[in-house]
Design a protein around this ligand. Structure first.
Ligand SMILES: CC(C)(COP(=O)(O)OP(=O)(O)OC[C@H]1O[C@@H](n2cnc3c(N)ncnc32)[C@H](O)[C@@H]1OP(=O)(O)O)[C@@H](O)C(=O)NCCC(=O)NCCS
Length: 139
């Protein structure tokens, strides 16, 4: 693993928060160049956003948009990756969530790197997948 400093010096590891998801990255998660596949990170971001949305809506939610996804630094096999979430906006049927991803390096000193940042919009839906107001249950 190359030597690195925190690629995002402005950001601080949110040590006082509990992540929505935390997992160790395994060899099965790699891409063709040996680092962690971006799609793996995106899948966890999606799940983390849904977990945050469920704080506001107990029923089904689906992802309508993932935008402004910045991959700031690579993630390596063995890293412990934490997905921190924050609700940005609650609309009539939608919930917009900020997801901040931090990787604790397993090899190379255990330092934290701010690896990815994303905004995800989830929509509350009924059993026909039609939007319903946040906080209601389908009739
Ligand atoms: C999510 C879905 C039900 C929304 O249906 P829709 O007909 O677009 O519904 P609406 O136009 O009423 O929008 C619903 C809410 O989503 C928001 N929204 C719609 N498109 C959006 C987009 N591209 N980005 C952000 N928000 C969006 C709307 O602003 C609205 O929010 P509000 O009620 O809080 O104001 C529909 O697009 C869908 O089924 N998408 C597929 C979802 C899915 O399968 N996700 C898994 C990934 S494959």
């Amino acid at each position: 693993m190359p030597q690195e400093s925190n690629p995002d010096e402005q950001a601080e590891y949110p040590a006082d928060q509990s992540p929505a998801i935390r997992r160790v990255m395994m060899p099965r998660d790699t891409n063709a160049v040996g680092t962690i596949f971006g799609g793996t990170i995106l899948a966890e971001i999606d799940l983390a956003a849904a977990t945050e949305a469920h704080k506001h809506h107990a029923g089904m939610v689906v992802t309508v948009s993932m935008d402004k996804i910045d991959f700031k630094a690579p993630v390596y096999v063995g890293d412990l990756v934490s997905f921190f979430t924050r609700t940005l906006r609650i609309g009539r049927t939608s919930i917009c969530v900020q997801v901040s991803v931090w990787s604790q390096r397993r090899f190379g000193g255990g330092q934290y790197a701010h690896v990815t940042e994303a905004q995800v919009t989830m929509v509350a839906v009924d059993t026909n997948f039609h939007p319903i107001p946040v906080g209601t249950m389908p009739s």
